[in-house]
Ligand binder design. Structure first.
Ligand SMILES: [Zn+2]
Length: 327
């Protein structure tokens, strides 16, 4: 039985013009969730987003939301955005408390301390950083964040960059080919936290076989780090044909990401991206893995040329990782 944290308020944040990050995403996700054995929990509204973000940024969001002004070229607000984002933080908190999945909008992993993170051009549809909130609220130690959204979780990595207690493993499409343009293997964490920030790249057109190479590495690092909590920034935009990326992951990959969590005592997951098929098929497979349901999915393969590009990235990544981890 999986706990899903959800409230209809997550549909209130909406753009007047068509936007790919829209309330219909929730319906797509629910169509997958309703095929599984779940129980629903209501999120709470939090009143201290400042434990994650600067006071100025929180005020900026509140003001833009009142005026229904865009925060930047990618990121809209309406009069419900500020409230909805506070409930999204509360959704992540409730997911942590119930070992559950937070079906929230707006997403959060691009939102850094002051908004845009590491010089990103925009906030990439994100408002407040949901995955970070339970960690800050309960001052959690030894948390492993796994971010498999196809985009680099620059906001999350920035928030915890100098914190050696938070391991952040971010698997994303080669940033030379996709927003936000940062997130290479040489970003390993700040002084005294070196090695706890890990960026693993998938080239465009990469499929399940490449993700499959990463799973044992991630597992070895987790065994070394010994987290007490696994936290997922769960984005489904790497699913083949989802729309915003050129990576071709399928159910096989999402299921395997979910399965990793089962040997650890506490876990929670928060929805990030995913815009079309990924929100249905990818999410369902992830939740099956997350709930330790036994099922077999077909593994799809990349072409030899894509695989060899990936292997070049991986050998460079491994060289860096070996400075810090037994892999
Ligand atoms: Zn994404």
């Amino acid at each position: 039985m999986i706990t899903i944290v959800y409230n209809d308020i997550y549909k209130y944040h909406a753009s007047k013009k068509y936007h790919v990050e829209n309330p219909n995403r929730i319906d797509k996700a629910l169509s997958a969730i309703n095929q599984l054995e779940v129980r629903f929990e209501k999120p709470i509204r939090v009143n201290d987003p400042q434990i994650v973000h600067s006071e100025d940024y929180v005020k900026l969001v509140e003001k833009h939301s009142q005026l229904e002004e865009n925060l930047d070229a990618d990121t809209y607000t309406n009069k419900y955005t500020y409230e909805t984002a506070l409930y999204a933080l509360g959704g992540a908190l409730k997911a942590f408390e119930t070992n559950g999945f937070a079906l929230v909008r707006p997403p959060g992993h691009h939102a850094g301390i002051n908004g845009k993170a590491f010089g990103a051009p925009t906030l990439g549809f994100c408002i407040f950083n949901n995955i970070a909130y339970p960690i800050k609220k309960y001052k959690l130690k030894r948390v492993a964040i796994i971010d498999f959204d196809v985009h680099y979780g620059n906001g999350t990595q920035e928030i915890f960059y100098d914190d050696p207690d938070i391991l952040h493993i971010d698997i994303h499409q080669d940033p030379r080919t996709i927003y936000p343009g940062t997130g290479f293997a040489n970003m390993v964490g700040g002084k005294d936290a070196e090695g706890t920030k890990i960026n693993l790249l998938i080239p465009p057109l990469g499929s399940d076989d490449l993700y499959d190479e990463l799973i044992p590495i991630i597992q070895a690092i987790l065994d070394d780090f010994k987290p007490t909590v696994i936290a997922y920034s769960a984005g489904f935009d790497s699913y083949v044909g989802d729309g915003l990326s050129s990576v071709n992951a399928t159910e096989y990959t999402f299921y395997n990401f979910g399965i990793i969590s089962n040997k650890f005592p506490r876990k929670y997951a928060v929805l990030e991206g995913g815009y079309d098929k990924g929100l249905v098929r990818g999410l369902k497979a992830f939740l099956e893995g997350f709930a330790n349901v036994e099922i077999e999915y077909k593994k799809y393969k990349s072409t030899d040329a894509i695989r060899s590009r990936f292997m070049n990235y991986l050998s460079e990544e491994k060289q860096i990782l070996r400075n810090y981890w037994s892999i």
